[in-house]
Design a protein around this ligand. Structure first.
Ligand SMILES: [Zn+2]
Length: 57
């Protein structure tokens, strides 16, 4: 029985990071300051690490 080829789903933290970045394209969150946003910085780092891992394998 053939197994349908599916892309592996990103883990929840990665999905959440993508949502956070997308959200910041439109508006600010509760953690945003004029100097930047720790939440957004964290999300970008999470996405970057995920992309780097995918490229390697
Ligand atoms: Zn923010």
């Amino acid at each position: 029985m053939p197994i349908p080829q599916r892309r592996p789903e990103p883990p929840f933290p990665v999905l959440r990071a993508g949502y956070v970045v997308d959200f910041h394209n439109r508006s600010a969150c509760s953690q945003c300051t004029k100097d930047g946003c720790p939440s957004l910085a964290d999300a970008r780092e999470t996405l970057r690490a995920w992309r780097n891992r995918k490229n390697r394998s």
